[in-house]
Design a protein around this ligand. Structure first.
Ligand code: ADP
Length: 361
């Protein structure tokens, strides 16, 4: 039901907007139906590594906030734009035709200066001058660390979980992961075809920083002989043994999926295999997918996830929640205090790792 808005209260110098459902009995305000928000204008930014689906999140934040009667400012280039006051007004039209696009229309950046309190104060002054009452930060672990630092300085901040690495606690899955995984799988499927023709072993390195989620899922869904992830140490000898065993079982190809953050990543394994090529007896080709995984059209899952989380961020601000991360847990949009999320390692499901070992036969 559309909310009817009414300005009815003035407390401690703050004008409170009271939202109540239209047509409620005798149009009376019942305490359970009232949500109060002092917000009139919010800003939204995307920060850190870009992720497919960020645009859908920006669109949802902007349109849900506009529907509340708030003004929306888009901040360009993440925290760098916050410091430099690179802001623009977002309207329903300015976020048109972006839901299907990868990357971020606002631009993103890495901004190490933001770790300094003096820089964050400068950003806060800029927000104050622009009459911004709340900020939505769409990004990963580093970006949410910045968001927490701002929240601790008194700014109402809500984070939206967005990183292809899925290394952010507080959301079982983050925006961009599904698209990145599908891109990795498409590459793996293609490599498998050529590997079968040449009876070759191949090694694919996927992103994920210190988190093995993408590698594990790509290995499971791509049919890998072995998955190498940061969470579990795997020696080059184990990798060689598994790949050789695949040939001995009559396979025409053998695949290892390696996480970029593993102790033995693709570069190190490749070097090791070259040094031991005579003992190994088979040819290994290495492919590092790298930034290819970030690009591309967001999948339906990522668009819907981003839309739900973006809308969840506005809902959280409407409820007066701040200093929280909006994520997806057990299929529901949830909020978790940023203080419980940033820097907290996200564990890999050991059952899935065991399953990958069983399927390696
Ligand atoms: P992601 O958000 O994808 O994990 P980064 O780790 O690169 O990406 O972080 C993005 C940005 O977040 C950094 O460039 C910096 O501006 C900000 N940031 C990271 N760590 C902190 C911190 N400890 N304090 C304040 N800001 C931070």
């Amino acid at each position: 039901m559309t909310a009817a808005r009414e300005l009815i209260a003035c407390q401690e110098g703050i004008v409170l907007r009271v939202f109540r459902p239209r047509g409620s009995a005798e149009d009376q305000i019942r305490p359970t139906e009232i949500v109060m928000s002092a917000i009139k204008r919010i800003a939204v930014l995307t920060s850190g590594g870009d992720a497919p689906g960020m645009n859908a999140a920006i669109r949802a934040v902007a349109r849900c906030a506009l529907a509340q009667g708030w003004d929306v400012l888009g901040v360009r280039h993440g925290y760098a734009g916050l410091i430099a006051d690179e802001v623009e007004s977002l309207t329903g039209r300015s976020v048109s035709n972006i839901v299907q696009r990868g990357g971020t229309m606002l631009g993103s950046a890495r901004c190490p200066e933001f770790e300094a309190e003096v820089t964050r104060r400068q950003a806060l002054r800029g927000l104050e001058q622009n009459h911004v009452d709340g900020l939505v930060v769409i990004g990963g672990n580093g970006s949410q660390t910045g968001a927490l630092a701002l929240a601790e300085m008194g700014l109402p901040v809500v984070g939206v979980a967005s990183t292809i690495d899925n290394d952010l606690a507080g959301s079982e899955i983050t925006i961009g992961v599904d698209t990145a995984l599908n891109i990795a799988l498409e590459a793996i499927d293609r490599l498998k075809t050529t590997a079968s023709s040449h009876q070759r072993a191949f090694l694919v390195e996927v992103m994920g920083r210190k988190c093995g989620y993408l590698a594990l899922m790509a290995g499971l869904a791509g049919g890998a002989e072995i998955v190498v992830i940061p969470e579990r140490e795997t020696s080059p000898v184990e990798v060689a043994t598994q790949l050789r065993a695949a040939y001995e079982r009559g396979k025409r190809h053998a695949l290892a999926v390696v996480a970029e953050g593993a102790l033995y990543n693709a570069g190190k394994l490749d070097t090791w295999f070259r040094e031991h090529s005579e003992d190994i007896g088979f040819d290994l080709r290495t492919t590092t997918l790298g930034h290819v995984q970030r690009g591309g059209t967001p999948t339906a899952f990522d668009r819907l996830l981003a839309t739900r989380l973006g809308a969840g961020a506005v809902a959280a601000l409407t409820r007066g929640e701040q200093g929280v991360l909006v994520g997806l847990n057990e299929g529901k949009v949830t909020t978790t205090p940023l203080a419980e999320v940033v820097g907290v390692p996200k564990a890999i499901d050991p059952e899935l790792f065991r399953l990958a070992s069983v399927l390696e036969r």
